[in-house]
Unconditional design. Structure first.
Length: 270
């Protein structure tokens, strides 16, 4: 099967291309917001599957340049959809990496049918991409993966866990944290890739949460990381937000993931 991949240089894309053993010819290397680049890529290939990961993240980076983020995250997706519909030589399977940020905070697990109310501008850009895909799936099978939280040593320092570690590594001995008492749903990168592979093999259609279904508190992550750095920390306990997903739909398809405590995994890998 010939697989096309956008966002091959990102954290998730780097891991995915290794696990799928993709070659350079499979990667989109142009600018996704440039329709000519996208059109030429689709014209010159005959893909059976396309995995679309290209996007600007995290939320801090997106907020600093909202115009560019909308162009890449939404207009780039629009370019890809249009190019497939115009130039693909056959009907393909398209995976779109979306985000838990399209949902609103909720105290219980969020399933794919829950209220859509983006919690960030990043979420808005990804939701626009979702809607364009679902309205224009003429020559492809649409599959949207709403990916919840994950982390990696190679992530940008604007992501929460690399940001925490960067602070703890500094020469300062005292830190005050004001906005850290939140529950999030973390998952290993390998498990995300296993989910994408399963969806690809099944040629799944529709929307799927990719998540652990377990809460991990950011405060607990901070305190666990600080066991290594031993800094003095003061935390202000403001209102807690919860973003926790239901993965029943994906599990019912046959997906299996590591259910061990994510904090233990995190500490071992950092």
């Amino acid at each position: 099967m010939n697989i096309g991949l956008t966002g091959s240089s990102g954290v998730l894309g780097t891991k995915l291309k290794k696990m799928l053993k993709l070659k350079k010819k499979n990667f989109f290397l142009g600018k996704i917001e440039n329709s000519n680049h996208v059109n030429n890529w689709i014209k010159s290939n005959s893909f059976d599957h396309i995995i679309h990961l290209a996007a600007i993240v995290p939320t801090k980076t997106v907020n600093k340049n909202k115009n560019k983020s909308m162009k890449v995250n939404y207009e780039g997706t629009k370019n890809l959809v249009n190019a497939i519909n115009l130039y693909s030589k056959k009907k393909i399977w398209l995976f779109y990496s979306s985000t838990s940020h399209v949902y609103s905070y909720k105290k219980t697990k969020i399933n794919e049918k829950n209220l859509i109310k983006p919690i960030s501008y990043y979420g808005k850009t990804k939701l626009k991409g979702e809607r364009y895909i679902l309205k224009n799936c003429k020559k492809f099978i649409p599959c949207i993966g709403r990916i919840f939280s994950f982390t990696s040593k190679n992530q940008d320092k604007n992501f929460i866990i690399p940001a925490l570690i960067s602070k703890l590594k500094s020469k300062k001995n005292f830190f005050f944290f004001n906005n850290i008492n939140h529950d999030r749903d973390f998952l290993r990168i390998k498990d995300i890739i296993y989910a994408i592979k399963l969806l690809k093999n099944k040629k799944a259609k529709g929307i799927y949460n990719i998540c652990s279904g377990k809460k991990t508190n950011l405060k607990d992550i901070l305190l666990s990381l600080n066991k290594k750095y031993k800094k003095q920390i003061v935390i202000k306990y403001n209102n807690k937000t919860i973003l926790l997903g239901s993965n029943k739909k994906l599990i019912n398809m046959g997906w299996k993931f590591q259910k061990n405590n994510y904090l233990n995994y995190l500490i071992k890998n950092y």
